[in-house]
Design a protein around this ligand. Structure first.
Ligand SMILES: NC(=O)c1ccc[n+]([C@@H]2O[C@H](COP(=O)([O-])OP(=O)(O)OC[C@H]3O[C@@H](n4cnc5c(N)ncnc54)[C@H](O)[C@@H]3O)[C@@H](O)[C@H]2O)c1
Length: 287
């Protein structure tokens, strides 16, 4: 049991970013099923509204890379449902390919979404949570925040950043009654992982991650790997001598994410390329 002031999910206001599909939507459904007041914020405003309607939730436009957009959506959430008790920083993107083959615009957009999106979310909700002496923030990081993978260098960098950001802010705000947890999924069956064969890393369902997020409201654990044993594997890998680890990596063919050719991944790649092309900060990166 945690010593943080209790939050009852059935009577909580929950803002979830990037929640029109995948892990975010599964999390929105899990909280809504418990009776929580849920806000679905996403770049895809129409879909956010449609999904929200089905859950009796609030849906609207949110670009997590833009602090003003975050403040506006948080205000709309609060105006509708009262103060935010739980923030789930879920929005994320995952480009893959050899480091030198990655597009600098997409690099910038990835750091903007995966790192600054989380920073913006925490900066938006923390002051009020501290004033109220209670609140819970869940940052959806990744096993890739602990374990480097060939072909995911920028994604690894972004998720290592989220793990560090979550751990340091957790220390800073515990005394104020606000908990910050990092959830570390392995591979999850969503668009983001489409066409990537990450075996033997297990692929789980979005609802398995949603269950872990909901459970974190009770347990408030610092780091929550899903499935739980992959957390131990990442720790063990960190303790394994490099030559031995490299043999294991070779045996499991750890270089598959280097390839950008999987046809099943084309739709996802073109979606994130478009997102980077439409991002003003990502455009500045290559000027
Ligand atoms: N799928 C996996 O294998 C896996 C594994 C570990 C961690 N994760 C993490 O889980 C989170 C959710 O990923 P998913 O697998 O559900 O992906 P997904 O692609 O299915 O969904 C991501 C959602 O984020 C939204 N989004 C992207 N940029 C945004 C922005 N700037 N502002 C607001 N919304 C934005 C998208 O519109 C989409 O709805 C990500 O942070 C991802 O890194 C995923």
């Amino acid at each position: 049991m945690s010593s943080y002031p209790k939050i009852n999910p059935a009577d909580a206001t929950v803002l979830i970013t990037g929640s029109t599909q995948g892990i975010g939507l599964a999390t929105a459904k899990a909280f809504a099923n418990l009776g929580a007041r849920v806000a679905i914020g996403d770049l895809n405003e129409d879909l956010a509204k449609t999904e929200a309607q089905a859950l009796d939730a609030l849906g609207g436009y949110l670009d997590v890379t833009d602090a003003e957009s975050f403040a506006n959506f948080a205000k709309a959430t609060q105006d509708n449902f009262g103060p935010i008790d739980i923030l789930v920083n879920n929005a994320g993107v995952m480009p893959n390919g050899a480091f030198l083959d990655l597009d600098p615009q997409v690099d910038q957009m990835t750091i903007d979404v995966n790192v600054f999106g989380v920073v913006n979310g925490m900066r938006t909700v923390l002051p009020q949570m501290i004033n109220r002496g209670r609140g819970h923030i869940v940052n959806i990081a990744s096993l890739a925040g602990k374990f480097p993978v060939k072909g995911l260098a920028i994604y690894n960098a972004s998720k290592f950043a989220v793990v560090g950001l979550s751990a340091a802010t957790r220390l800073e705000y515990a005394a104020a009654g606000v908990s910050i947890s990092a959830v570390l999924p392995s591979a999850v069956d969503t668009d983001l992982a489409s066409g990537l064969d990450m075996r033997p890393i297990p692929k789980v369902t979005p609802s398995a991650i949603a269950e872990a997020v909901v459970a974190s409201v009770g347990n408030r654990r610092a780091e929550i790997a899903v499935p739980s044993y992959v957390g131990g594997l990442a720790t063990a890998a960190g303790l394994t001598p490099e030559p031995m680890l490299n043999l294991i990596r070779k045996a499991i063919r750890d270089d598959r994410a280097l390839s950008q050719d999987a046809p099943e991944r084309h739709a996802y790649r073109s979606r994130i390329n478009d997102q980077a092309a439409n991002s003003s900060t990502a455009q500045k990166r290559v000027k």
